[in-house]
Design a protein around this ligand. Structure first.
Ligand SMILES: CC(C)(COP(=O)(O)OP(=O)(O)OC[C@H]1O[C@@H](n2cnc3c(N)ncnc32)[C@H](O)[C@@H]1OP(=O)(O)O)[C@@H](O)C(=O)NCCC(=O)NCCS
Length: 294
């Protein structure tokens, strides 16, 4: 047993240090290399050198596209092989893909409720600390984001009547974000289905709660979509389903997960946003900052 635990520890450490090891290898490998004009080369750009016999060799690292921008000190939460960062422009493509995949929508199928790459860039510009990306940092597929969370600030408290999603966020670029709002509002959260159930969603919530504390906000709230309703749609309406999820009688893949992360359920919100699986409904969930100071 102890040996197994040691091996698991060693694996976790290797995964955690993987980007640093790769960067070291790339930089060492390029240290004495010169391009064809005799100038030092940028190890992160693919380059050619010519051998004595005249053959040309292409040098490129598969990982250089993301390692170039990888900054270990920007890791907010290290989950071992996946790290949570504030979303950067180079994360944007795979962040958008992870939303499509989480909602089971074919990638790039026009979809009114899914952010585009330009929308995510606008979120980063508007409220950089509130945008989170879960990026793979080890093994094949490293560099890609497999989860995301987007938030904004609002002065509208969770006791105000809930607005439909698009009205609450203003527009797809978070036009309703109030830089001095004292509540954090959960705009979107998505984890690629292949990676669900491994703590990535919990890590994204931990990053959001840490932000609430860091900014000394009153708390965070959102409307968690009742994504499991479609399984019960023949036997009950969505309000009854939501109330049974709140009572703990039915486990919903999204709302029960949120309640298990420390949110309090307030009530079912109907017609929140167009999502057939959830009967367009969700549950108003609130987390109050225990460290908030007036
Ligand atoms: C909701 C969602 C973001 C959750 O993400 P996730 O990465 O699966 O979340 P986690 O893995 O942290 O938690 C899910 C469950 O796995 C469990 N889990 C976490 N790590 C685990 C591990 N290593 N081994 C076993 N179980 C684990 C958690 O405890 C949790 O179960 P619990 O609620 O019974 O405690 C994800 O399911 C999703 O993208 N859904 C579709 C889109 C959606 O609904 N978005 C939210 C709209 S409001």
């Amino acid at each position: 047993m102890a040996k197994r635990e040691n091996e698991a520890d060693a694996m976790r450490q290797a995964l955690n240090n993987w980007p640093a090891i790769q960067k070291h290898l790339i930089e060492e490998g390029a240290k004495d290399a010169l391009d064809e004009d005799g100038n030092p080369i940028d190890p992160y750009e693919p380059y050619w050198t010519t051998n004595e016999n005249g053959t040309r060799v292409l040098h490129a690292s598969l990982d250089s596209w993301w390692l170039k921008d990888y900054d270990e000190s920007a890791v907010l939460i290290d989950l071992g092989g996946v790290s949570i960062f504030n979303t950067k422009p180079f994360h944007v493509d795979s962040v958008v893909q992870s939303i499509y995949q989480a909602y089971g929508v074919r990638y790039k199928e026009p979809s009114a409720g899914i952010f585009t790459e330009d929308d995510v860039l606008a979120h980063i510009e508007r409220f950089p600390e509130g945008q989170f990306a879960a990026q793979r940092t080890g093994g094949p597929g490293a560099g890609a984001c497999i989860g995301m969370a987007s938030t904004m600030r609002t002065s509208r408290p969770p006791t105000a009547p809930p607005l439909p999603w698009l009205d609450a966020i203003g527009d797809m670029r978070l036009g309703a974000h109030e830089p001095n709002g004292d509540w954090l509002y959960g705009v979107e959260m998505a984890v690629h289905p292949m990676y669900q159930g491994h703590g990535i969603g919990s890590g994204l919530y931990a990053a959001r709660f840490a932000l609430v504390k860091h900014l000394n906000l009153r708390g965070m709230y959102a409307v968690g979509m009742l994504m499991g309703y479609h399984r019960y749609a023949e036997s009950m309406n969505v309000v009854e389903y939501g109330e049974r999820v709140i009572a703990g009688e039915i486990k919903d893949p999204t709302v029960s997960m949120q309640l298990n992360r420390g949110f309090r359920a307030e009530r079912v919100v109907t017609d929140y946003c167009a999502e057939p699986a959830a009967g367009d409904a969700g549950v108003l969930i609130v987390w109050e900052n225990p460290d908030y100071q007036e």
